[in-house]
Design a protein around this ligand. Sequence first.
Ligand code: SAM
Length: 283
Amino acid sequence: MNYRHAFHAGNHADVLKHIVMARIIEHLKRKDKPFRVFDAHAGIGVYALDGPEAQKTGEWQGGIAKMQAAFAPEIEALLAPYRKVLADLNPDGGFMCCPGSPEVIARLLRPEDRFTLNELHPDDYALLRDRYYIDARAGITGIDATVLMKANLPPPERRGLVLIDPPYEVKNERELALDALRFGIRRFATGIFMIWYPVKGEDFAEQICAAFQNLGIPAMLKAELRVRESFTGGGLAGSGLIIVNPPWGLEAELKVIVPALATRLGIGTWGQGVVEWLTEAKA
Ligand code: SAM
């Protein structure tokens, strides 16, 4: 396992993912009933953007660094939970402390909600455990994401979100992501699942979306952000999220947020934001 998220934290893909996660969590909080969030590929939780890894790649310069200026008020209203996480983490201003998905979860869930953070890399697992073990709402595991699905779903609360966010650095990782969803949804059919995928190469994004579509699972919404042209050997040109069982109202919100992010984070005139259904909800 070579991938370490510290080199990529705060890039355009993290910005999209964490904003959408924060929106989903806000929807779940609209009901009094507690819920649970599973972060199957958690990373370490918080990243220092002045640390050696982030400084080496500078990826955050094309992501979170461009989020300083305010958007139009109707967009800021939707970004408010994400903005709050950033502000609480950086009480002296600026964004030098960058949240990972565990921190977005920990800062937005209520005392009665629960979360499970899972990370397979032993060093990152240790950092994750040391940061969150003190939180009574948290469970922390260091197992394979698919095993996590098999062992822990459905949660006793019977409502919640499962984040599947693999690095796609090993050859069969696309199949593993498909498996994680297939196993997960079989056990927790009413859960909200959010799967991240990269836009890279000639047509990686088109292929993975087609593969998810072919699973035949209803109610899959796609939100994709491209910041530049994608070509073989060209690295990460964007990213997308597949959201299964999205809360009512999320689609309309993403149709406001994603194009605004594309304009802000796109390089030159390249920014593209697409929100569309991959499969329809059951009538
Ligand atoms: N979700 C994090 C966030 O938004 O801050 C970023 C996660 S990063 C893209 C993917 C993580 O998955 C890495 O930390 C990697 O070590 C971990 N990982 C890779 N393969 C895994 C597996 N099979 N099961 C669980 N975690 C895995």
